[in-house]
Design a protein around this ligand. Structure first.
Ligand code: FPP
Length: 229
């Protein structure tokens, strides 16, 4: 969800105003994904690196997360969304942490869209925390190093239990992954568009889905060996 800061600067407003305007497309994408029967949506809301932004901006983002949670949770729950937060949650202020725990608990039994919000998240952090868990199991004798494979590592990552992401969308014109789901994106189709996040709308989402529908996915094979899918 890139481009909030530039959106605000273009309007002569503080960067925080862009983040606030970014809530509308968040709501839209969640509604649209749920309506279209998409199984899982993961939004990158706050990276491990974002802690280095000016304290005023970080503080405004924390307040915005709390506000959004308080405003939206009832509706998310009503529409069957199952919410999960991925990232180093202990780095967040207690008022944010308590919302994360409460929202997960309240929606845990829901069977609709699985919505992950990445906060305090970094792809490298994710791989390190998974490795640390495997190392602890190995040190205790519960796991032989020779038994560590892609499945065991993947089983300790934040998105464990979810299907591999099919489509990655980055708004804001930059063409990079910026430490998002480094492991999980191995075969994901990467889509970049110029719209700044607060301007991302239903048409923009449709354009991304149309582009995805035209992709030939080979997973390292050839069109014949994948059945030409
Ligand atoms: C990146 O744009 C965006 C963020 C760091 C914050 C994303 C937060 C929201 C969209 C607010 C709502 C989110 C939820 C989950 C309720 P940027 O600030 O790096 O933009 P720039 O590249 O133009 O500076």
């Amino acid at each position: 969800m890139d481009g909030n800061g530039r959106w605000a600067t273009q309007r002569g407003q503080p960067r925080q105003a862009g983040h606030k305007a970014g809530v509308r497309p968040v709501r839209l994408c969640i509604e649209q994904c749920a309506r279209r029967g998409i199984a899982a949506l993961t939004l990158f809301a706050f990276s491990s690196e974002n802690w280095g932004r000016p304290s005023e901006e970080v503080g405004a983002l924390m307040s915005l997360f709390v506000q959004a949670m308080d405003d939206e949770l009832d509706e998310l729950h009503r529409s069957g969304v199952k919410l999960r937060f991925i990232g180093d949650r202990l780095s967040f202020p207690v008022r944010v942490q308590s919302r994360l725990v409460g929202a997960e608990a309240r929606t845990a039994a829901n069977t609709g869209l699985q919505l992950q919000i990445a906060m305090g998240y970094g792809g490298r952090w994710d791989i390190v925390q998974a490795t640390r868990k495997l190392a602890a199991r190995a040190a205790s004798g519960a796991l032989r190093p020779a038994d560590i494979n892609e499945a065991t590592l993947s089983g300790e990552l934040a998105l464990t239990g979810l299907p591999e992401p099919d489509l990655f969308i980055r708004t804001g014109g930059e063409q990079r992954i910026s430490n998002f789901l480094l492991w999980n994106l191995a075969y994901t189709e990467l889509y970049f568009c110029d719209a700044l996040w607060p301007d991302f709308d239903e048409q923009g989402l449709q354009a991304a889905l149309d582009w995805f529908a035209g992709r030939e996915r080979r997973y390292g094979l050839t069109a014949t060996t994948t059945g030409g899918a």
